[in-house]
Design a protein around this ligand. Sequence first.
Ligand code: HEM
Length: 381
Amino acid sequence: VQVVPFYGEHQAGITTPQQAHLVLAAYDVLTTRAGELKDLLRAWTEAAARMTQGQPLPASSSLTALPPADTGEALGLPPARLTLTFGFGPGLFRRDGVDRFGLASRRPNTLQDIPPMPREALDPAWCGGDLLIQACADDPQVAFHAVRNLTRAAAGAAAIRWMQRGFLGMPGAGGGDGGGGTAGAAAGSADRNQTPRNLFGFKDGTANRSVLTDAGLRQHVWVGPSDGPAWMRGGTYLAVRHIRMHLEVWDRTSLDDQEQTFGRRKDSGAPFGASDEFDPVDPARLPQDAHVRLARGDGSIQLLRRGYSYVAGIDPKTGLLDAGLCFLSFQRDLQRQFVPVLRRLQEQDALNEYTEHFGSAVFAIPPGTQPGSFVGEGLFG
Ligand code: HEM
């Protein structure tokens, strides 16, 4: 199936099996009028409802003296399971002490910037944002087209603050089965039960399996009736960390050390002391500072991770590869789930020797939308 429904109880792009490509864009809101902010969200919702279903933006005029409504580069491409997921950053509620839209009292308590952490070197240009669009698709041009056209629709009301592109190698996609078909169709036949590998060569996302059940999502991901503002029920919160991975250093590290760093085997993904990727983790068999041992803690906190690898050429300062992870996790509460896990990792994780966090952002991801309504409408109700 190449089309993911846009309308529903929850926004798409959260529990949707991961597509191969990501375009993630954070925006600063420029207007100070609540009415214009609402108009923007309504326009984004209508455009997203069309583009995710594989339709171009509708022409409002037949005048060839005007620029076309749709920029055109997705014409003829399959919908490629495009999902568009929208979020609200803390700055929408109060920025530099100013409540621009009269929304300050509606901010969820948990929606606060991640506090400073040890060992991070954050670049303000890669932090924050009032609004977020996560575009995921099995075709990179389909994902970029969506963000480009939504950015264009925002002209004057919001401007891009930072943008990251990401990708995942999808096991089973495009090859081994006789080939043929478009890239989109090939990715559509990817084996979604197989875990993709990150740029350190390890399977990444294994532990999500226990979160991706009805009970797991209710417990760890969806905002419930007792969780705070009613307008967020059925929504979730997104944590973004832009993390550079020092590939050259990693590639000079022995296989033993690589495996000790995570506490899992590189080829199979199995935890130490087990043989299958999905065998239970026995923390006692993992080094004290192994990533999996620290990330897991006592097992009570779980996150739904949905990150993508990025490669941005060469870092001109060092001549080394600028590559890493656009870490994304969805959770029901940022302060109770994400922050303590991140702190544990930043203080003790063996992985820190090979990584560097350079950006950070958090967003409230409102619940899904119904036809006739717009994303986040409940916030203004
Ligand atoms: C598990 C890689 C950063 C949270 C894992 C696993 C790998 C991995 C290979 C084991 C397989 C799996 O369950 O997915 C990485 C890399 C990172 C990174 C390469 C940075 C470049 C982070 C960050 C957080 C995090 C910043 C959260 C603050 C977790 C969690 C687990 C996990 C919660 C599952 C632990 C469990 O319950 O078994 N990560 N990770 N990771 N990671 Fe990371």
